[in-house]
Design a protein around this ligand. Sequence first.
Ligand code: ATP
Length: 341
Amino acid sequence: MIEVKNLVKQYGSKRAVDDISFTINKGEILGFLGPNGAGKSTTMNMITGYLSSTSGTVLIDGHDILEEPLEAKKHIGYLPELPPLYLDMTVKEYLGFVYELKKCTLPREQHLAEICRTVKIEHVYGRLIKNLSKGYKQRVGVAGALVGAPDVLILDEPTVGLDPQQIIDIRNLIKDLGKKHTVILSSHILPEVQAICERVIVINKGKLVADDTPDNLSRSLAGNTKLQARIVGPQSEVVAAVSAMDGVARVLPLGEKTDGSVEYTIEPEEGKDVRAGLFDLLSKQGWQMLGLKGSEMSLEDIFLHLIQDDAQTSKEEKSEGKKRRFSFGRKKKETDGGDEE
Ligand SMILES: Nc1ncnc2c1ncn2[C@@H]1O[C@H](COP(=O)(O)OP(=O)(O)OP(=O)(O)O)[C@@H](O)[C@H]1O
């Protein structure tokens, strides 16, 4: 559906987007993550044809966004971070205006009514946009993006500035839209991306640093899930005995709890499941286990880790003159290996 190939954007001496390639398939909801200045808006603006690229191509359903802009843009509905709403228009007037602007040929009343049903703004159709809440203004922006029935929706920070209930409503709306559309969602809000998106692309300093499902990212980076255990027993003996277990890489006591247990983080070696051995050990020693749970990495942890890895890789490259590679799982191993040296 969308093919981004070797996309580069150079602003003078600044390379804002540096050789990014990815493909988005029909019906995917893709999260586009990156810190401030990473190059997200620049990339989205090149995908929507608002900015031309220095080099590289963007194909929308096979149409080059720069060579066949009209054909390509027909497929895209774009909601910029600040939707260009005309506050003195009613919702009806605004959507009619967007309809004309996009030279839409679908049956007008029927098409606009269907959009209003989808984004649930039928009851404010006759109201002035300036009198609507922020959440409803955002819905009107989404409605505008849906005019012309594009297959692809590109949403730039769609929940910024909304209150918690409005955020939930817009997220649910995006999920619903994802059933019929390919969606690209740019966001700084990591739990949002985790909640909505099936796939995440992370960019940092103009480079693509990860492309995977939130779950895979979490798994490949975390390796094995760490365990949080609450154990009643003499702390130093517990640490020594559990550390000596086959398959345990590290044990970290986190402090005593009010029930007399001590909480530990137990980090298994790669590919090892130490839970059964842990139960055996504790029962042999007569130490009680009051709790055991896995602690998975949140997307937030992963994101920070990736950005740090990227900074680390840059340093290594500078010194070694290497070309970068962003194979996520492998990179983690390499980093691990480096740490151990
Ligand atoms: N017109 C421009 N001229 C020069 N540099 C620019 C221009 N637009 C963006 N940049 C620079 O390019 C880099 C990428 O900017 P971009 O706005 O794409 O990042 P972003 O990931 O969208 O960040 P944010 O989330 O803060 O909007 C930044 O360093 C920015 O300062």
